[in-house]
Design a protein. Structure first.
Length: 290
């Protein structure tokens, strides 16, 4: 009953320290990703120094034989994925202003990993379940699977990392993780926020079984408005913001990496979108009690 998350790279448990502080402990799968304890400890020492309001703080780490554990600050409201799809009150709780705030905050966190810290860091598994929400619904990117690159490099060669539906098309050919790969994955998250749909599923069969393909298919049919989550506003400034975010998401999910923007550019675009003057709105969706 203590498991709060599970994925290809590890299982996350809720726990409490002796003084009562709640934490999230990730037990990593596949320790072979690191050459040995020295490499793991060196990377964790560096990642532990990364501090940003939109990143989940790494509080500590542990090596015990072949086992590797990461200890994070516990986030009260769980993951974005849960609030988008797995809770009955998710639609009411995440209206468009909340979704845009989460999108922008997450972009800030990922941009900081890419360009705000030296050495630069590639996330490698950006997805809605790795965007956690604190007690105030501020987003925090979980970065426990990150790999460090030097300032003069653009990628790291590694086993294919990521989650199906978020993995950019070039990874299967190059076997290289890159910042532009992270941008693609973030673009998929943006599409999730806009559509309310998962990255893969039976409902996306018209687009080849994935969300990116389905969105392109809908746009090609000339029925763009059908792709937006039906629980979001159909007109007004919020809908204009949604159209702008869609444009950014499509740029992020371009098939060719060189066509994708940097995360710094994504942040700029989202900030401009959020700053659009708000007038009367046809539909108001807000968190209960606010």
């Amino acid at each position: 009953e203590h498991i709060i998350g599970d994925g290809g790279f590890g299982t996350v448990y809720k726990a409490a320290l002796p003084e009562g502080r709640r934490v999230a402990i990730k037990r990593l799968h596949g320790g072979h990703q690191f050459q040995g304890d020295r490499e793991f400890l060196a990377e964790m020492e560096t990642i532990g120094k990364v501090k940003h309001p939109n990143l989940v703080p790494l509080l500590g780490y542990c090596v015990c034989g072949d086992e590797r554990f990461l200890i994070y600050e516990y986030m009260e409201n769980g993951s974005l994925e849960i609030w988008l799809r797995n809770r009955a009150d998710a639609v009411e709780a995440l209206g468009w202003p909340d979704r845009l705030k989460i999108c922008l905050g997450s972009a800030h966190g990922l941009a900081f990993l890419h360009e705000g810290f030296v050495p630069h860091i590639i996330h490698r598994d950006m997805k809605s379940s790795n965007i956690l929400l604190d007690v105030n619904f501020e987003p925090r990117v979980s970065d426990g699977l990150a790999r460090i690159i030097s300032a003069c490099e653009t990628h790291v060669s590694t086993d294919i990392a990521g989650t199906f539906g978020y993995i950019p098309p070039e990874y299967g050919q190059t076997m290289k993780s890159s910042t532009k790969g992270d941008v693609y994955s973030f673009g998929v998250v943006m599409l999730e926020l806009l559509t309310g749909r998962p990255p893969t599923g039976q409902e996306d069969l018209e687009g080849g079984g994935n969300l990116v393909g389905w969105v392109r298919w809908v746009i090609a049919r000339g029925t763009r408005n059908e792709l937006f989550d039906p629980c979001l506003p159909v007109s007004g400034v919020w809908r204009e913001q949604m159209v702008r975010v869609l444009s950014i998401a499509l740029d992020c999910t371009a098939d060719e990496p060189w066509k994708r923007p940097s995360m710094v550019d994504v942040v700029k675009g989202l900030k401009m979108t959020q700053a659009m003057e708000c007038g009367p709105l046809v539909v108001t969706v807000s968190r209960g009690g606010t």
